[in-house]
Design a protein around this ligand. Structure first.
Ligand code: SF4
Ligand code: F3S
Ligand code: FES
Length: 234
């Protein structure tokens, strides 16, 4: 079948504003949008800039806006989207070139919440691993699935208007450790997320939950972090 893509293009060396270019290619209904973009890049215009790595929904590098919806290009099939298929970069982050944005503001929000295990220095080191029950592990299972694709944060209307907001992905990253029974940094993270750029900037728009390609209940995780901040429930 023939597929028409409208792809946002922007070359900072000679464009003042982004514009769209159309490409009609041969594709299969079961091809992914990433396959279509590869066809454009490999056979039509090698200057097209896009990020991708695994091509299997694991690395999180190819989040884009496809027909107005944030998604991973390697997980959306041609048969599931209307033509012409419009492909744009994710929103709210500085545009670098074509479909590539500067991810630094996204990762600085993520790093601000210390998304790593903080051990209790007062506790003696265990001889082997830190033991955890299945129920304790289950408590934060959902947020372990995050692949840091930024689809949630860049679909959030609060983040679009205020990049100081750490964003839903950072709160998901914090949730994964706050509710981990082996971690001792919960209070520190809650303090950060109780600040002016933290979880209370969320207005429960739910765009983040709808955008997450891993099916994480992002808004629920944010609400749990807010409750932990208000009631110390962690
Ligand atoms: Fe991507 Fe979901 Fe993680 Fe957000 S929570 S960064 S949408 S995987
Ligand atoms: Fe934004 Fe998600 Fe909250 S879209 S407002 S972080 S529920
Ligand atoms: Fe890795 Fe799509 S290329 S998630």
């Amino acid at each position: 079948m023939q597929v028409t893509l409208r792809v946002q293009r922007f070359n900072p060396e000679h464009d003042t504003d982004p514009h769209f270019e159309s490409y009609t290619i041969d594709a299969d209904a079961m091809d992914r949008i990433l396959d279509c973009l590869h066809q454009v890049k490999w056979y039509r215009d090698s200057s097209l800039a896009l990020r991708r790595s695994c091509a299997h929904g694991i690395c999180g590098s190819d989040a884009m806006v496809i027909n107005g919806v944030n998604a991973l290009a390697c997980k959306v099939l041609v048969k599931d989207v209307k033509q012409p298929i419009t492909v744009e970069p994710i929103r709210g982050l500085p545009l670098t070139k074509d479909l590539v944005v500067d991810m630094d503001p996204f990762f600085s929000g993520y790093l601000a919440v210390k998304p790593w295990l903080i051990a209790d220095d007062a506790e003696p080191e265990p001889e082997r691993e830190r033991i955890q029950s299945a129920a304790e592990r289950e408590r934060f299972d959902d947020t372990t699935k995050c692949i840091l694709c930024a689809a949630c944060t860049t679909s959030c209307p609060i983040f679009w208007s205020d990049q100081e907001y750490v964003g839903p992905a950072a709160i998901v990253g914090a949730h994964r450790f706050i509710f981990d029974s082996r971690d001792a940094g919960g209070r520190e993270r809650i303090e950060i997320l109780s600040g002016k750029n933290g979880a209370f900037k969320c207005r429960t728009a739910f765009n983040c939950t709808a955008a997450c390609p891993r099916g994480i209940e992002v808004t629920k995780a944010i609400q749990e972090v807010k409750q932990a901040a208000l009631f110390g429930s962690f």
